[in-house]
Write a protein that binds this ligand. Structure first.
Ligand SMILES: Cc1cc2nc3c(=O)[nH]c(=O)nc-3n(C[C@H](O)[C@H](O)[C@H](O)COP(=O)(O)OP(=O)(O)OC[C@H]3O[C@@H](n4cnc5c(N)ncnc54)[C@H](O)[C@@H]3O)c2cc1C
Length: 511
């Protein structure tokens, strides 16, 4: 793999979120001279950790599940660079605002059923039926995501799984997530938290047709183990960075990409905000497709015209996730129970969630919020100084275009006080300092346009069909230009599969 003498690098990767890091590390490992350009001063994007009030907090909620189903950690030798995981058991405690009767979702189905038998006995049979139907679908999704998708690779996944789950997956993928869950349950204490983790986390109403696979969120937790890197989510991107640098890669942080230059039918160079132009024969954008194809492309060839037109006509999304990080004198506990590290999902009713999606479009939030809370320092003492804890509260359907604006902390404080009604009586007094990250902050600090964290919405069927090849095959009509990241298959989450799939695609097409 020799580079043409006129190129500064074999490959340039734009954006050092965990997906860009994965792609860059695989390319460097194969001997390609690789430059990774990151706008922030630190790597990791929304998978990073941050210092706050003397503690270490996570930008994302920090439950890593899908990443642990990939071979990335092993192939890039990440344990050598400090990555180790703490398993979280139970991975989740679920609760709805109406019944306020929590139940535990364990990795083990029977342990979960035991918890449901205790708290919501009407849903025991339904949960067993749900697990039987959804677990094969979850396994199929994870298997199909573990390699660059082609019709052949996806059919191989189906054959490897003995065809199990295919019919259910196809049927579910056409339904709404709420309808999928209604086939198994009438109790919203079971349905609601699954919706919060599925379509609501994607910014959609659970009643939206085509969101049905969002209902397998519980099943994923029975198939794979939720874990958190020791030292916080950012330990993963830090280990990826070390792996990349050890393979000879070059990282440039604090540098914003402003253009991708084409020459003839090929990509030629990347322009940065400091006025530099760096040449390479391969450019991988690990940023959102809208900016990549609409804002950054300079002199695109005629063969890319329809791609550019399609993305110009695609409205760019608005962010809807916010997260509070607090430092506390004791871990939070729920409804008089002992403190746990598990994520606590708090769900409004289906009707409230559906209405919440409409309110979000009007720039408003829900009266009773959809929340994901945890105290990761319960199991990881490295996160906060002795005698202190970290509390994390993710809030959903919090629109970028919030009518009251995000400069005041009144609205986030309302979420904190709302969670306090479920926690130990002195919860608010345990907080020594807190901050909030809203979509406005994700825009200014993480370079996410309108604070929107992109996500591939097509599902395995779109990947099978090869719909929008830049999202499902990672390549573009411009020779040498590739796309990776959460916008591409298999989508959002700290997963790394799209980063790895893209690297494998680049290497295959080079050969
Ligand atoms: C509040 C919140 C909670 C979440 N919780 C979880 C969770 O618990 N579990 C989970 O699995 N997932 C979670 N996620 C989702 C997950 O964090 C993301 O899907 C994932 O990290 C996206 O990774 P990425 O590498 O594709 O993109 P990003 O992390 O967005 O990385 C893109 C990178 O590109 C850089 N960049 C942007 N513009 C430029 C430019 N012009 N020039 C150079 N660089 C640029 C950015 O600075 C960034 O570093 C959460 C997300 C949010 C917002």
């Amino acid at each position: 793999m020799t580079k043409p003498p006129s190129s500064d690098f074999d490959a340039i990767v734009i954006g050092a979120g965990h997906n860009g890091l994965v792609t860059a590390a695989y390319l460097a490992r194969e001997g390609l001279s690789t430059l990774l350009i990151e706008a922030r001063s630190e790597v990791g994007g929304t998978a990073a950790s941050d210092h706050f009030a003397g503690a270490r907090v996570n930008i994302c909620n920090c439950d890593h599940l899908t990443f642990r189903t990939t071979p990335v950690a092993e192939e890039l030798n990440l344990s050598r660079y400090g990555l180790s995981y703490i398993n979280v058991e139970p991975p989740q405690v679920n609760l709805d605002w109406s019944s306020q009767t929590p139940w535990e979702l364990w990795h083990d189905v029977e342990q979960t059923v035991e918890s449901i038998a205790h708290s919501h006995p009407d849903s025991v049979d339904g949960y067993r039926r749900f697990a039987r139907a959804a677990i094969p679908v979850a396994k199929l999704i994870l298997d199909a995501s573990s390699q660059p998708p082609t019709r052949g690779s996806l059919l191989s996944s189906v054959i490897r799984k003995g065809g199990r789950g295919v019919t259910t997956m196809l049927r579910m993928s056409r339904m709404s997530a709420a309808d999928v869950m209604r086939e198994f349950f009438t109790n919203e204490a079971i349905i609601g938290p699954a919706m919060v983790e599925g379509p609501v986390v994607w910014g959609l109403s659970p009643e939206t047709p085509g969101t049905g696979l969002g209902a397998v969120a519980f099943a994923l937790r029975h198939v794979a183990h939720v874990g958190r890197p020791v030292g916080g989510s950012g330990a993963l991107p830090e280990a990826l960075k070390q792996s990349f640098l050890q393979s000879g890669g070059l990282l440039r942080t604090g540098t914003k990409v402003v253009g991708i230059v084409c020459e003839g039918n090929s990509v030629r160079a990347v322009q940065t905000s400091d006025g530099a132009t760096v040449t390479a024969r391969i450019v991988v954008s690990a940023c959102d497709p809208h900016r990549t194809f609409v804002k950054w492309l300079k002199n695109p060839p005629a063969r890319a015209q329809s791609l550019v037109e399609r993305w110009t006509a695609t409205p760019s999304g608005e962010g809807y996730e916010s997260k509070i990080d607090a430092v506390t004198t004791e871990p939070s506990s729920l409804l008089g129970r002992a403190p746990v590290a598990s994520t606590i999902i708090v769900s409004p009713s289906l009707a409230e969630l559906h209405r919440g999606a409409q309110l979000m479009q009007e720039g408003r939030t829900m009266p009773r919020m959809a929340l994901l809370a945890n105290s990761p320092s319960v199991t990881d003492s490295t996160l906060a100084p002795s005698g202190q804890h970290v509390f994390s509260l993710e809030s959903l359907y919090t629109p970028y275009s919030f009518t009251d604006g995000w400069t005041s902390k009144d609205e986030p404080e309302r979420w904190l006080r709302q969670f306090a009604t479920l926690a130990q009586p002195n919860f608010m007094d345990t907080i020594t300092d807190w901050r909030v990250m809203t979509p406005a902050d994700y825009e200014t600090e993480f370079h996410l346009p309108k604070g929107h964290a992109t996500s591939f919405a097509g599902g395995p069927l779109a990947a099978f069909m090869g719909t929008n090849p830049e999202l499902t095959r990672y390549h573009t009509p411009i020779k040498g230009l590739y796309l990776t990241g959460a916008a591409t298959f298999p989508g959002a989450g700290v997963w790394g599969a799209s980063g790895r799939n893209t690297a494998l695609t680049v290497l295959k097409e080079m050969r």
